[in-house]
Design a protein around this ligand. Sequence first.
Ligand SMILES: [Zn+2]
Length: 131
Amino acid sequence: MNDCIFCKIISKEIPAHIVYEDDLTIAFLDRNPVQKGHLMVIPKNHTDEFQDMPPQDYEAVWNTVKKISSHLKRVFASPKIGVHVEGFGVAHTHIHLIPIYTGFQDFVPKPESERPTDQELTDILEKVKMN
Ligand SMILES: [Zn+2]
């Protein structure tokens, strides 16, 4: 889709802090993280809602979620990895993966003043980049 911001990240028209990429999926840091290490896994083929992905994309996305979750848990020493899917922000399937420590309150968005700088995101990327 021409006007989709996530499709532009996939085509590298828009820069992102890319943590992982394979033939069918890509994962990148959320610019407005609710926790350090918060990232999104998306299919490379544009599909608005996750339940409408073709089976091959659906399987690839959740395989990437599994792979990255174990990695995130190790890197951030978090007891759990939270998964959040709603899709109101961008109409391209995205699975939020969030290192969480205490429960639902870890999903609450941070005020704008607490958002990381580009350099802070780059520093986090250095810790979590997989390929
Ligand atoms: Zn898209």
